[in-house]
Design a protein around this ligand. Structure first.
Ligand code: F0G
Length: 349
């Protein structure tokens, strides 16, 4: 399979001189959810499983472009702020490119799987006592010296790469879906999808464009509230963001597509997180489940009655956040290693 940079060269800002680096990003599975079709009454519900990317999240699509362009322009290092996934992805692609990588994280609010990835890939890691928004402000300032290339989604190459997921969806379905459901944190991804769907339409890959429905966590919903949130709170640490950098892009995606940006509660997120794993065998991280929670919420008030075909973007792999997954169960049953003891334990379980 050609790499993402090769497959989508004509849609991306790359030249003959851009190194064609790859870790096998993109071409992720689109899995049908029979469970959500039954529950919502929508004819077709598809899950775009971005957790299947090399570092386990959608960030790899944008990072491969951002790091390739950094190499092309002679950059000597990369730098980012992150709730975890951007850090894991930046660290991996920087390692591949032979560039040092620095990541600035909100102390205490990065899922352990993401942190260990950044460690494994050899990033320099600094945790700050503040939320993602403070970390982003810091790296913006550090980036001004020009020593390291900033690879947050304010780097336009990130958005360009991430839009390829929308192109893949249109190719797989033969058209755009009627509606796309997606979590919103720093708001780069919803911005990227809208660009991707618009370009798919212009290129004749899709006859229509979808309505985009973005979902923030109730305790971290600045776009829904119309003002920044100083102390964002949610179990979905990936989208624990109070002042999204791509706010304007998200609003444009919402308004131009005729969609909406709404809030879902932590309870709704956790319920969707558990249920999609149990019914569909798809294990995503809590932030990703916000998309499913949002779809279920809209369907419950019949706000999806004009939707025949929906796609939920599952942005990250459930293994990223083992602590949250483990918290769903109590102590494991532990017994003597005999069939009898196991049989007795199962009778009680
Ligand atoms: N889902 C996951 C799993 C994420 O990691 C993020 C963002 C989002 C959704 C939201 O995407 O920011 O483009 O609106 N994670 C960033 C990070 C902030 O640092 O890894 P967005």
């Amino acid at each position: 399979m050609p790499s993402l940079l090769e497959r989508y060269a004509s849609f991306l800002p790359i030249t003959d001189r851009t190194p064609r680096i790859t870790l096998g990003e993109g071409a992720t599975p689109l899995v049908r959810s029979l469970w959500l079709e039954r529950e919502t009454g929508i004819d077709e519900v598809w899950l775009k499983c971005e957790g299947a990317n090399p570092t386990g999240s959608f960030k790899d699509r944008g990072m491969v472009v951002a790091v390739a362009k950094a190499l092309e322009t002679g950059s000597r290092a990369v730098l980012c702020a992150s709730t975890g996934n951007t850090a894991a992805s930046a660290a991996a692609y920087a390692a591949r490119a032979g560039l040092p990588c620095t990541v600035v994280l909100p102390a205490g609010y990065v899922a352990v799987g993401k942190l260990v990835q950044a460690i494994a890939f050899g990033a320099r890691i600094v945790a700050v006592r503040g939320a993602f928004d403070a970390a982003l402000a810091i790296v913006r300032e550090l980036g001004e010296s020009g020593e390291a290339t900033l690879v947050n989604s304010i780097n336009p190459h990130r958005i360009e790469g991430q839009k390829t997921a929308a192109l893949e969806i249109c190719e797989a379905l033969g058209d755009a879906p009627d509606a796309l459901f997606i979590p919103v944190g720093n708001a780069g991804n919803i911005t990227a999808y809208w660009r991707g769907f618009t370009q798919a339409h212009d290129a004749g890959i899709a006859r229509s464009k979808p309505r985009l429905y973005g979902f923030q966590a109730e305790g971290a919903a600045p776009i829904v509230r119309g003002m920044p949130v100083a102390d964002p709170r949610t179990v979905a640490t990936a989208i624990r963001i109070g002042a999204p950098a791509s706010w304007a892009g998200a609003v444009r995606a919402r308004d131009e597509s005729g969609g909406a940006i709404e809030a879902v509660s932590d309870e709704e997120i956790m319920d969707a997180y558990r249920e999609v794993a149990r019914h569909d065998g798809v294990f995503c991280e809590p932030a990703s489940a916000a998309a499913i929670a949002g779809l279920r919420k809209r369907a419950s008030v019949r706000a999806t009655k004009d939707t025949r075909r929906a796609v939920c973007v599952l942005t990250g792999n459930g293994l990223k956040d083992p602590d949250t997954a483990r918290s769903l169960a109590g102590e494991l049953l532990e017994v003597d290693a005999t069939a009898d003891a196991v049989r007795r334990a199962l009778a009680l379980a």
